[in-house]
Design a protein around this ligand. Structure first.
Ligand code: EPU
Length: 416
């Protein structure tokens, strides 16, 4: 199993090119199931979850042509309406094939995802939404079996804001009979990116970017071209890395407007941030100041950046409180950070961090994607060497992270 060996203490300096967003690319690839025409995508990130999703879609009969960050999808010969357990258990986002398959083919069999490291993560809202649109759903042998001759428009208000739930129901609604209103919809930029592609494919959607999406179903969708939006979480991860290690780093090909909260927090931490529409420069010469926050849905502070900012707080001046409100078990990085000398205690959903002057390298274990990223950040700021085990989590969601960090001067090496 691959590990990362990081020698901390180097300041970072130079440019990093940001890739397309994992969490936009995954639903967007599934949108290829909605049409028999070709969907041309660019800025698709090179990472394990995308490879897994393409494997799943190929198994269904989707034709895939890949050339670097360009991917062409053709759904003219879909012949298997199933996402098997072996695939879904490795990637929960496989659930995103459910809405498109039922909408276009009237049937789907998708394995129930089960729990995962950061929480129980049920998919009841996906199921309830499709039932409201007339799908008959049974759960048998661990599979969701959905059937509907033709989905019908409905008014659906999900019990909580759910990102992939909104995406699944939005895709389903594009081909339903009549009008669907999705209330309490997620407003994450990745949902908006999917909606923009769907509109380019001929879908009729109002309220994009708001909590109420109104969809007029159409008979069929056609092909389109689309560039995947920049990865705001990858951007935020490198911003925290530069802030923790110190230095002067410019991130390119990104989107400043979808990172407001993170940039404000970095300024509060004492980082000098300058930016244009698609670039952000961070300069950091001093020890960061502690910043407190609560995770919430977009446009609030993203749960996917909680762990990375906690790494920064570990070496900050002062103490901070970080409250996680989206997932019940997303503090798995805390124990590992404490192994590096951090002083973090947990009270319910809140972590209390007493900033210390220096972390000291040690062997640690990655437990999920963003926890792994936070350990990389902590290691870059720590004295001595840190060996991070189980970095397959990192490979799932970051496009060549160690190459990008090496290029700006980090001592980071993959060891087998
Ligand atoms: N929830 C339910 N029932 C549902 C759906 C969600 O109870 O039917 C709960 C979840 O258990 C959770 C909350 O609602 O407590 C929000 O979950 P959501 O459905 O929004 O999460 P998700 O769609 O499964 C996506 C991202 C996550 C990100 C969350 C929150 C993708 C592929 N995944 O997950 O990304 O943390 O939204 O923003 O888009 C990551 O990239 O590291 C990652 C975990």
């Amino acid at each position: 199993m691959d590990k990362l060996l990081i020698r901390g203490g180097n300041r970072l300096s130079g440019e990093i090119i940001i890739s397309g967003a994992k969490n936009a690319a995954l639903p967007i690839l599934c949108a290829g199931l909605l049409t028999a025409d070709t969907v041309q995508l660019s800025n698709v990130p090179h990472l394990q979850d995308v490879t897994t999703m393409l494997k799943l879609l190929r198994q269904m009969g989707l034709r895939v042509e890949q050339d670097g960050a360009r991917v062409a999808l053709n759904g003219g010969a879909i012949d298997r309406l199933e996402a098997p357990y072996e695939m879904v258990k490795t990637m929960r986002a496989s659930i995103l094939v459910l809405g498109p398959l039922v909408a276009r083919f009237g049937e789907a069999r998708v394995s129930l995802p089960g729990g995962c490291a950061i929480g129980s993560r049920p998919v009841d809202q996906h199921i309830k939404g499709l039932q409201a649109m007339g799908a008959e759903i049974t759960i048998e042998a661990g599979y969701i079996h959905a059937k509907a001759k033709k989905l019908k428009g409905a008014r659906i208000a999900t019990d909580m804001i759910t990102v992939t739930g909104t995406e699944n129901l939005l895709m389903a609604a594009t081909l339903a009979d009549g009008e669907t209103v999705l209330d309490n919809a997620a407003r994450e930029p990745e949902v908006t990116d999917l909606a923009n592609l769907l509109v380019a494919m001929g879908a009729r959607i109002d309220g994009i970017g708001t909590a109420r999406l109104v969809v007029q179903g159409v008979e069929r969708l056609h092909g389109a071209s689309h560039a995947v939006i920049a990865d705001r979480i990858e951007t935020g991860t490198f911003l925290c890395a530069a802030a923790a290690a110190g230095g002067d780093v410019t991130l390119k090909n990104t989107r400043t407007d979808i990172l407001d909260v993170a940039l404000d927090k970095l300024r509060e931490a004492g980082v000098i941030v300058t930016s244009g529409d698609d670039w952000i420069r961070v300069q950091m010469a001093a020890r960061p100041k502690a910043v407190s926050f609560r995770t919430t849905e977009y446009p609030g502070f993203p749960t996917d950046m909680q762990a990375q900012f906690m790494a920064l707080n570990c070496i900050a001046e002062g103490s901070s409180r970080v409250t996680e409100t989206i997932f019940e078990n997303r503090f798995m990085h805390v124990q590992e950070m404490n192994r590096l000398g951090a002083s973090i205690t947990i009270e319910g959903h809140t972590a209390i961090i007493e900033g210390i002057d220096k972390l000291v390298g040690a062997p640690v274990m990655a437990t999920d994607l963003r926890a792994s990223a936070s350990l990389v950040i902590a290691a870059l700021a720590a004295q001595g060497e840190t060996l991070i085990d189980r970095i397959y989590h990192l490979d799932r969601g970051y496009d060549r992270m160690e190459a990008k960090l090496s290029a700006v001067g980090a001592h980071i090496q993959r060891v087998k």
